[in-house]
Design a protein around this ligand. Structure first.
Ligand code: NAG
Ligand code: NAG
Length: 415
């Protein structure tokens, strides 16, 4: 009896020792790998993804999608989440690391529902409106839309031509915001009848979807429009100048005008917001495309582009994507001096002279990157009856900031 008990105990003890040593070796084998992954991956995540707050997108290297990285998922996720909160407050554009692989895999998923439509937008005027102003916006930017409505984006007659306006929106990327904004955006749409909302996430890299969906919408619901201006909500647009320019053109002919960028090279620096790997775009030069501030097109070109873009593969940079559509219909976009994609405001050089001199804006069509208050103030200054800009000398190229001498010359008409 005693012997048997002893034997059992020894047996159990032996088994325990074997089990423990097995466990020990398992752990010893696992732990260093985990640590290695951690120490190797951590710096690369921080440096690639978040070191530059303006360019937080990151290429997902092929290895990053491999399952062995799952060793420390919790830590990584939390770290990424923490960093993301920081960057979102710095830059509204920075959402998440951009996953090129995922983008390529989902590229064919390019038809999304229209959640809010304005089907009668272009039926109010017999013969159709002269100009449709289409503005890219995000649901959260109510104040920007409001300022545009009250300034350059006004509907109605301008210089005798009928103007209509729509805002182009996707669903907010922050789903908590969506819950409250859904009712608000419907209210806003009821009130102004200028909201177009599609069922795709409103991210920087989905702007191409916005482009495609807007062109399709215009071809279907606004085919009788004569011209379209499509732009951002942070621009100042001199609508009078645009009308003046467009009245000299034929809406049944091709027209595509803007701040055209020629021979731009794809950015191969991974840290950049505009980084494009060779696998996504192999050529060394992009087709000519219009810079983001805004561009004009005729009704004829709108219909052609809407068809052409359906045949072009999705590309994450919307401006370049439209350039590819233009290339497909063999249409050469026209560069116009009046479009200033990157703004004319140089804070370092005599800001008191430049920023709020309405005479600067008088000869321009589109100026990019303005704050809400600046748009409001500029529009009001430009429409003030007391504004007089002596234009005895028409300067041919008025806005070249390379030479200091021209700065002072430009400031003189104000007085
Ligand atoms: C989403 O919006 C809510 C409410 O405004 C905010 O509290 C939350 O931090 C936001 N989340 C992200 C990830 O930005
Ligand atoms: C674009 O929107 C779709 C649909 O909401 C979403 O699944 C996808 O992740 C978005 N893509 C990007 C690059 O943001």
């Amino acid at each position: 009896m005693r012997v048997r008990l002893k034997g059992d105990a020894i047996c159990t003890l032996f088994l325990l020792v074997v089990l423990c040593s097995l466990l020990y070796f398992q752990l010893e084998h696992l732990v260093p790998v985990g640590n290695k992954e951690l120490t190797q991956k951590k710096p690369s995540i921080t440096s690639k993804t978040f070191s530059d707050s303006r360019a937080p997108w990151r290429l997902m290297p092929a290895e990053a999608t491999e399952p062995r990285l799952q060793v420390t998922p919790v830590l990584r996720q939390r770290e990424v989440a923490n960093k993301r909160v920081q960057t979102t407050t710095l830059s509204p554009l920075s959402d998440s690391a951009f996953n090129f692989k995922g983008y390529l895999l989902n590229k064919d998923n390019r038809n999304f529902d229209l959640l809010i439509n304005q089907p009668k937008k272009c039926r109010r005027t017999p013969g159709g409106p002269f100009l449709l102003i289409a503005i890219k916006s995000v649901v959260e930017d109510f104040d920007r839309r409001e300022i545009v409505r009250k300034t350059w984006g006004r509907e109605g007659l301008v210089n005798g031509e009928q103007i209509e306006r729509v805002f182009l929106l996707g669903t907010p990327k922050n789903r908590t915001v969506l819950a409250t904004w859904e009712t608000l955006i419907h209210q806003e749409s009821q009130m102004y009848r200028d909201i177009l909302l599609w069922d795709f996430m409103d991210t920087f890299f989905n702007l191409t979807l916005k482009e495609i969906h807007f062109l399709n919408w215009a071809a279907e619901f606004c085919h009788n429009v004569k011209f379209i201006f499509k732009g951002d909500a942070d621009v100042f647009v001199n609508v009078e100048n645009i009308i003046d320019f467009l009245e000299r053109h034929d809406p049944t002919e091709d027209l595509f005008v803007g701040d055209i960028i020629y021979n731009a090279r794809p950015i191969r620096v991974r840290k950049s917001k505009y980084y494009i790997p060779e696998t996504m775009y192999g050529l060394s030069i992009y087709p000519a495309y219009a810079g983001g501030g805004g561009f004009l097109l005729s009704s004829h070109t709108m219909r052609k582009l809407s068809r052409a873009c359906k045949e072009v593969e999705l590309f994450p940079i919307d401006d370049v994507f439209l350039g590819m559509c233009l290339q497909r219909i063999n249409l050469k976009p026209i560069l116009h001096e009046g479009f200033k994609t990157f703004g004319i405001v140089k804070p370092s050089a005599a800001p008191h002279l430049q920023t709020f001199d309405p005479c600067f804006y008088k000869d321009l069509m589109v100026v990019h990157s303005l704050k809400v208050a600046e748009i409001w103030l500029m529009w009001n200054l430009l429409h003030s009856p007391r504004l007089s800009c002596t234009q005895k000398k028409q300067v041919k190229k008025p806005f070249q900031w390379k030479k200091k001498a021209q700065t002072t010359m430009q400031a003189s008409p104000l007085r």
